[in-house]
Design a protein around this ligand. Sequence first.
Ligand code: PHE
Length: 453
Amino acid sequence: MENRPQWGTRAGFVLAAVGSAIGLGNIWRFPGVAYENGGGAFFLPYLFALLTAGIPLLILEFTIGHKYRGSAPLSFARMRKGSEWLGWWQLAVSFVISTYYAVIIAWAMAYAYFSIDQQWGGDPLTFLVGDYLKVVDAGQVGSLVPSVFFPLVIVWAITMAILFKGVKKGIEAANKIFIPALVLLFLVIVVRALTLDGAVEGINAFFKPNWDQILNGKVWVAAYGQIFFSLSIGFAIMITYSSYLPKKSDLTNNAFITGFANSSFELLAGIGVFAALGFMASQQGVAVDEVVSKGVILAFAVFPQIINELPAFSGLFGVVFFVCLTLAGLTSLISIVETYVAGFQDKFNVSRTKAVAIGAGLSALISILFATQGGLNFLDTVDAFINNYGVAFAGLVEIIIVVWIARELNNLRDHANEISDIRLGSWWNICLKYITPAVLGVMMVMNVMTDLK
Ligand code: PHE
């Protein structure tokens, strides 16, 4: 424990935490989720979830990692005997996410290359599903030879190379380059998108509030789900990252910065994506509603179509957009893999090199499955399961153990207050003791009920 690695600078830690938070979820998930769940009206539940669950939990996880100085299993074990399993559950969820997250980054990387001469041709959807991924019908396995292999190898090679180098020289150094580069490049995309014909209609469609939806439970579930996934909470990541902080660190302030930086990027992504969608709709003479989509289809079928229709520099726009996706994804992947690398190191006392080779190596091998013909269907199923159950469950159990079983909330609050500028008041306890567990509980029940229908 004595020679636990440490971040070099405060900015390095914050950039790494922001790097984990800003990921594919911000760019391809958020805009669609907000649009579907009330547009402008969605910001109310979203802000509520950010302030009552997202940031309080981020503070909680930062404080747990900092106080107990361990990866999630070790931290929970130190906090209270018998709760080590919670850490392993979170690592397991992280492990599963890393196996398919890497594949999506590999596609983004390949598409950055395809963008140069728009290799997807006139029908990007057919290209994606048919020519590139060669997807088979749901339930079928198809060929087990991966359709996407080379870029996947590169994604894992980069991730492992960074992790081999350690916390300061690897993770911190990479985030210090990747995150500023991502923000700058993404600003280029947003500015370009905003200056296209039809951009205003796109933005209007995005922000138009549908207040009828605000009382719908599903909208609130979506807001909480987005905040959890987007802030990478409940996955052991923020605990691991904060276990590398020096003794005197402003935990609370760092959590606020991370939370607001992530949501700002998310908002920016929503504006950029909808401006581009508005452009496409205007080119095709249809309403913006008709071209909205999210996830794999938005990024890899609709965006290429938008790129095809751009009046100038379309190849460049495509390269920049997919490089953004790649960078956003890589910094998140690095954080997910680090959770189990740290977990193995703490538990089995192995070197970082060994832990990375075994942990990331295993995940890399499994990820090949998602790159085969049946992989996309499989990916959708696993992703839905993780989002509907893994996230809420891990968050809920974490709160129950910390608040109600270990009864550590006040001790953790004292710990954070001792070293932070912003003092946590009783609002923090109320959010974590009552509001968040109540909402997460309802969320779990609602998800089970929808699935049983
Ligand atoms: N927060 C990342 C995103 O928005 C994804 C992520 C989820 C990263 C879980 C780590 C753990 O895409």
